[in-house]
Write a protein that binds this ligand. Structure first.
Ligand SMILES: Nc1nc2c(ncn2[C@@H]2O[C@H](COP(=O)(O)OP(=O)(O)OP(=O)(O)O)[C@@H](O)[C@H]2O)c(=O)[nH]1
Ligand SMILES: [Mg+2]
Length: 711
C-alpha cells in the first residue's frame, strides 16, 4: 500500500441514529475504495465493521470500528460509530480525532433521537458535518420531508447539495448541484454515470441551486460581498464557499445515498475528499500544558492513542492518531505517561476486522499497532527526541447509571474484578469502583443497555454469571444540638483490670463556629474526614483528670464510632467533641480502656444530640423535547426533586433540579420511557442534606431489621 502524505489523508466519523445505515455505508465505502472486494450486509452478518460476536448476534454496532478507502490519491479514514445512545463514549472517541462527521439520516424515518444526540455532539465539539440522507431506496423514503425536518431542527445552514430524482424502489439518480450533472446510480456494484441535467429537472435544480449559492457565500467574507452585489456566484466560488463553510460550520451539506444498494457512495467519498480539510488544516490537539500542536509531518514523531481493543488471536490492539512526524515499523518509542520504552513491532492500516500490514505512516493518519506492553486510551507515544509532549485526554461523558454487581459464584470474584478492569480500559465510560463504605462493587455506565452489554460480555465471553442490584445509598449521620455524656469502662477479670472514664460534650460543627465556653479548650485539632465533613476534637481536661497520653486513644474510639455511625452504621460528620473530664486508675487504666470509654461516651451523647440522617443530593440537568416537559417535571416531583432553573436549547427544554440520589435509581430508563428515548440528563454530586422525618424513621427501621437478621 502506498504511504499517504498528510495532505492526502481525510479523517471522518460516521455517526447518527441507531440503524440509520452507518455500518452498511462503511461497507460500501470500503468496497468503493477498493479495500474489500465483496460487500457484506448486516442481515448476512458479514460486514467488516460489525464483526464482533455481540454485534453479529444483535445486528447493531457496539464498538467504533476504523476503516479506510482509497479514492484517487486520497486515503479516507472512517470511524463507524454505534448509533445507540448508550454507546456515546465511542462517538466521543471518534469525534476527538476526526476532521468532519458524516451524520447519517434514515430517509424512511427522518430526524430520530440518535440524530439529535449526534448533532449535539458535533456542535459541542465544533466538528464540521455533512448529512448523508440514506435508505433513499426504501419504500417509505421521503427526501423532502427529511430535509424539511433537518432545516427546522438544525437551521437553514443545512443545505441540499444533491437531491434524488425519484425515491423508493425507483431510486436511480441524483441531481448533483456542485457538479451540475445528473448522476445515474445503478443498484449493486455498477458504475455511476454522469449525464446532463434533463429538462424535466431544470426548474427544481435551479431552485435548490439558488439556496446552495446563498449558503455557500457564508463560507468567506469576499464571497458574501460578491453575493450581495450580484446575487450570484460562479460555480468555482460556490465550491470554494462550500469547502470553507463546511470547515467553519456555516454550511451543512446534504448528500444522498443508498448504502445498501451502493448508490451514491462513491460520489459521497469524492465529495468528502474534496471538501473536508486535511488533518493539518484544522486545529491541532492541545497538550496538557495548553500548547496547541498542529498535525505536522516535519516534527519528530508523536501520536495520541485514542482507543485500545482486545482482538481475537492478536491480543491488545492500540489505535493511534499520528500527530507529528511519521511512524515506521521497528521504531523505538516512549509512552509519556510512564516513560516506558516500547517498540512498534507491526503497523496496520485497518478495515474493520481486516488489517493491512504497512511499514510507515505519516502525520494525520489513523493506524493501529499491536503488542505494546502498556499503552492505554489517552496515552501519548513519542519518539525518543520528543518525550515531553503529553496530549490532552478525550473527555468522555460521565456515567449516569449505577448498579451494584456480584458474581453468582463467589469463586469468580477475583476474575470478575480483573475482567471489569480490562473492560474499562477498552470503554472508559464504564467505571468500576469498589465502595468500601457500601461494601459493594459498583459499575457505572451510560444506561441500562450499556450495563446489559457489559453483562453479556461477562456471561458469554468470560463465562462469569453475575447478579446486578441497586447500589446502597451512602447516607451520613450528624447531630443538630449539643449533648453531654459520660462512660465508665471498667473490667475486673482475673489479673490486670481495665479502667477508663470519659466525660464529653458534643456539638454540631459548622464553618467558623466559636468554641464553647463552658469548658475552656486547652488544645484543639480539626480532622477533615475522608467521607466529607469534619471532626473537631477539643481537649478540655484540667487538673490531670485524664493523662494526655490517653487522648489519642479517646480520639480513636470516637473516630471508630464516626466510621460506623450510631444510627444506621453510616459515616458521621460535622461534629465537635469536647472531652472535659474523666477518671483514671493508677494500675488498670490503659489505651484500650480509654478507647472504649471514648467510643461509648460519644455514642451516648450522639443519641441525645438530635441525631439526623443525611442523604446525598445531586444537581441534575434534564434535556427533553419541549412537549414532554410537563411529564418530566411531574416525574421529577415524584422523586422529591426541587427545580432550580430552566433553560432551552433549540426545540429542547432543560430542567435543572436538585434530587436525592435515593430517588434516582434507574432514572435513565424512566426518562427514556417518558420521552420516547429523546431525553438525556447528566448529574453531579452537590451536597448532603437531612432526610425528611418519615424517611429517617423508615431508614432506622430498616437498619434495625438488618441488624436483627445478622444476629
Ligand atoms: N433499504 C435500505 N436499508 C438499509 C440501508 N442502509 C442500511 N439498511 C438496513 O438498515 C439496517 C441497519 O443498518 P446498519 O448499517 O447496521 O445501521 P447502523 O446505523 O450501523 O446501526 P447501528 O450501528 O446499530 O447504530 C440493516 O438492516 C440494513 O440492511 C439502505 O440504504 N437502504
Ligand atoms: Mg453500525
Amino acid at each position: 500500500m502506498k504511504v499517504y502524505q498528510t495532505k492526502e489523508i481525510r479523517n471522518l466519523a460516521l455517526i447518527g441514529g441507531s440503524k440509520s445505515g452507518k455500518t452498511t455505508l462503511a461497507e460500501s465505502m470500503a468496497f468503493e475504495g477498493g479495500t474489500i472486494t465483496r460487500r457484506g450486509s448486516i442481515d448476512d452478518k458479514n460486514t467488516v465493521s460489525d464483526y464482533r460476536e455481540i454485534e453479529i448476534e444483535r445486528k447493531n454496532s457496539v464498538v467504533a470500528s476504523l476503516l479506510y478507502s482509497e479514492i484517487g490519491d486520497r486515503k479516507i479514514n472512517v470511524i463507524d460509530c454505534p448509533g445507540f445512545v448508550d454507546y456515546c463514549g465511542e462517538t466521543a472517541t471518534a469525534l476527538s480525532v476526526v476532521d468532519a462527521a458524516i451524520l447519517v439520516v434514515n430517509a424512511q424515518s427522518g430526524v430520530e433521537v440518535g440524530t439529535d444526540v449526534a448533532w449535539r455532539n458535533t456542535s459541542k465539539n465544533g466538528v464540521p458535518t455533512v448529512f448523508a440522507i440514506n435508505q433513499l431506496d426504501g419504500e417509505k423514503a421521503n427526501f423532502e420531508d427529511t430535509v424539511k425536518e433537518l432545516t427546522e431542527t438544525y437551521g437553514e445552514k443545512v443545505t441540499v447539495v444533491q437531491y434524488p430524482v425519484n425515491v423508493g424502489t425507483d431510486f436511480n439518480a441524483v441531481i448533483d448541484l456542485v457538479l451540475q450533472k445528473m448522476i445515474m446510480l445503478p443498484k449493486g456494484n455498477g458504475k455511476a454515470e454522469e449525464v446532463a441535467i434533463p429538462d424535466s429537472e431544470k426548474e427544481r435544480a435551479a431552485a435548490y441551486y439558488k439556496i446552495l449559492v446563498e449558503a455557500s457565500a457564508a463560507g468567506a467574507d469576499d464571497l458574501m460581498e460578491k453575493y450581495f452585489e450580484t446575487e450570484d456566484l460562479t460555480i468555482e466560488d460556490m465550491r470554494r464557499g462550500i469547502k470553507l463553510g463546511l470547515a467553519s460550520r456555516s454550511i451543512f451539506p446534504v448528500m444522498c445515498c443508498s448504502a445498501k444498494e451502493n448508490q451514491g457512495v462513491r460520489r459521497l467519498l469524492e465529495f468528502l475528499g474534496n471538501n473536508v480539510t486535511s488533518p493539518d488544516e484544522r486545529n491541532g490537539r492541545n497538550t496538557t500544558e495548553g500548547v496547541n500542536v498542529k498535525v505536522n509531518a516535519s516534527e519528530p514523531f508523536s501520536a495520541f492513542v485514542f482507543k485500545t481493543t482486545r482482538e481475537q488471536h492478536l491480543g491488545e490492539m492500540s489505535f493511534m492518531k499520528i500527530m507529528t512526524g511519521e511512524i515506521t515499523e521497528g521504531m523505538d518509542i516512549t509512552n509519556s505517561r510512564n516513560s516506558n520504552k516500547e517498540r512498534i513491532s507491526q503497523l496496520f492500516a485497518v478495515v474493520g476486522k481486516n488489517r493491512v500490514k504497512i511499514e510507515k505512516a505519516c502525520a494525520g493518519d489513523l493506524v493501529a499497532t499491536i503488542k505494546l506492553k502498556d499503552a492505554k486510551t489517552n496515552d501519548t507515544l513519542t519518539s525518543l527526541k520528543n518525550t515531553n509532549v503529553v496530549y490532552e485526554p478525550i473527555v468522555f461523558p460521565s456515567p449516569i447509571y449505577s448498579t451494584a454487581i456480584k458474581a453468582v459464584n463467589s469463586a469468580d470474584d477475583e476474575k470478575l474484578g480483573m475482567v471489569l478492569h480490562e473492560m474499562h480500559t477498552e470503554d472508559q465510560t464504564l467505571i468500576i469502583e469498589y465502595s468500601k463504605e457500601l461494601k459493594q462493587l459498583i459499575v457505572k455506565g451510560m444506561g441500562e443497555f450499556h450495563i446489559n452489554t457489559m453483562k453479556w460480555y461477562l456471561n458469554t465471553v468470560h463465562k462469569i454469571q453475575v447478579e446486578l442490584f441497586a447500589p446502597k445509598i451512602p447516607y451520613r449521620e450528624t447531630i443538630t444540638k449539643s449533648a453531654e455524656a459520660m462512660y465508665r469502662h471498667k473490667k475486673q477479670s482475673g489479673g490486670a483490670g481495665q479502667f477508663g472514664e470519659v466525660h464529653l460534650l458534643i456539638e454540631p460543627y459548622y464553618e467558623g463556629m466559636p468554641a464553647q465556653t463552658k469548658y475552656p479548650v486547652r488544645a484543639t485539632d480539626t480532622y477533615p474526614l475522608q467521607w466529607g465533613g469534619k471532626l473537631v476534637y477539643n481537649n478540655c481536661i484540667v487538673g490531670g483528670a485524664i493523662d494526655a497520653r490517653f487522648q489519642p486513644a479517646i480520639l480513636k474510639g470516637v473516630m471508630e464510632k464516626m466510621e460506623e455511625g450510631p444510627l444506621t452504621g453510616s459515616y458521621a460528620r460535622d461534629i465537635v467533641v469536647n472531652v472535659y473530664d474523666g477518671k483514671m486508675h493508677p494500675v488498670d487504666s490503659n489505651e484500650l480502656a480509654f478507647k472504649l470509654a471514648g467510643r461509648n461516651a460519644f455514642k451516648e451523647a450522639f443519641k441525645n444530640a438530635g441525631p439526623k440522617i443525611l442523604e446525598p443530593i445531586y444537581d441534575i440537568e434534564v434535556m427533553m423535547p419541549a412537549e414532554r416537559m410537563g411529564d418530566v417535571m411531574t416525574d421529577l416531583q415524584g422523586r422529591r426533586a426541587i427545580v432550580v432553573g430552566m433553560d432551552s436549547d433549540g426545540s429542547f427544554q432543560i430542567i435543572k433540579a436538585r434530587v436525592p440520589l435515593a430517588e434516582m435509581n434507574r432514572y435513565s430508563t424512566a426518562l427514556s420511557s417518558i420521552t420516547s428515548g429523546r431525553g438525556t440528563y447528566s448529574m453531579k454530586f452537590a451536597e448532603y442534606t437531612q432526610v425528611p422525618a418519615d424517611i429517617q424513621t423508615e431508614l432506622l427501621k430498616a437498619y434495625e431489621t438488618e441488624q436483627k437478621d445478622e444476629e
